[in-house]
Design a protein around this ligand. Structure first.
Ligand code: BEZ
Length: 218
C-alpha cells in the first residue's frame, strides 16, 4: 500500500482502497463499501474528550445513516486493543452503542493515504477529516477541522442529504438549506417544456439565473 498520496485528495477522486484492521474485523475498504455511501472520518487519538462525544453522537445517528444507505467508519491512530477499551467508555459516557467500525491505524498508513496528518498541526495525530464517499467510490465532499474543534454531525448529515437530493433531481440547494425548503433550479435548464416536466410543482423566477422550486421530494 502507498503510504503517502501523490497529491491532496480532491472531490471526484476515487477514494483510495486499503486493507485495515478495525473493531469489526479486517476490512478491504472498497469491498466493504459494497455500493453504499460512506462517511469516513478521523480522530486525533483514542481517549480524547472531543472524539468521545463525536463518536457517541455518530452512533446515535445510525438510523438516519441507514435510511440514507450510508455506512460510517472512523479512524484513529491507535491499536485495536486501545480502540476496544475506548469504545466501552464511549458507550458508557455517551449512553449509546458504537455500531460502526473504527480503523486501528497505529502505523498511520491509512491516515497518510488520505492526507489526514497535517505535520504543521501535529505529526503524531490526525486532524479531524471527513470524506463523504458515494456508491461509485468517489469523494463527494471533504472537510477538515482542527483537533480542538468538534465537528457538527448534523451538518454532515444535512450535506449528505443535499448530495443525494442533487444527484436525483436537477436542483441545487441554497444557503443554510434544510430538508423541505425550496431548492434552486440548475441554470442550465432553460427550455420551458423541460422546466414544466421536471418541476410540476412550478417555480419562481427571481432572476433568470435564480429560480426556486419546492423540495422535489415533498
Ligand atoms: C480531543 O478531544 O480530541 C482534543 C481536545 C483538545 C485538544 C486536542 C484534542
Amino acid at each position: 500500500m502507498t503510504s503517502v498520496p501523490q497529491r491532496t485528495l480532491q472531490l471526484g477522486d476515487v477514494a483510495p482502497d486499503f486493507k485495515a484492521e478495525t473493531t469489526m474485523g479486517l476490512i478491504k475498504f472498497h469491498e466493504w463499501l459494497d455500493g453504499s455511501w460512506c462517511i469516513f472520518f478521523s480522530h486525533p487519538k483514542d481517549f480524547t474528550p472531543v472524539c468521545t462525544t463525536e463518536l457517541g453522537y455518530t452512533a446515535k445517528l445510525a438510523p438516519e445513516f441507514k435510511k440514507k444507505n450510508t455506512k460510517p467508519i472512523a479512524l484513529s491512530v491507535n491499536d485495536l486493543e486501545t480502540h476496544l477499551k475506548w469504545i466501552k467508555d464511549i458507550n458508557e459516557t455517551q449512553k449509546t452503542e458504537v455500531n460502526f467500525p473504527m480503523i486501528a491505524d497505529h502505523n498511520k498508513e491509512v491516515a497518510n493515504l488520505y492526507g489526514m496528518i497535517h505535520p504543521q498541526a501535529s505529526d503524531t495525530t490526525t486532524v479531524r477529516s471527513v470524506f463523504i464517499i458515494d456508491p461509485a467510490k468517489k469523494i463527494r465532499l471533504s472537510l477538515t477541522y482542527p483537533a480542538a474543534t468538534g465537528r457538527n454531525f448534523n451538518e454532515i448529515l444535512r450535506a449528505l442529504h443535499a448530495l443525494q437530493l442533487t444527484d436525483r433531481h436537477l436542483v441545487a440547494t441554497p444557503v443554510n438549506w434544510e430538508k423541505g425548503e425550496d431548492c434552486i433550479i440548475l441554470p442550465s435548464i432553460t427550455d420551458p417544456k423541460e422546466l414544466k416536466n421536471l418541476f410540476p410543482k412550478g417555480y419562481k423566477e427571481i432572476k433568470p439565473y435564480l429560480r426556486t422550486t419546492p423540495d422535489p421530494t415533498l
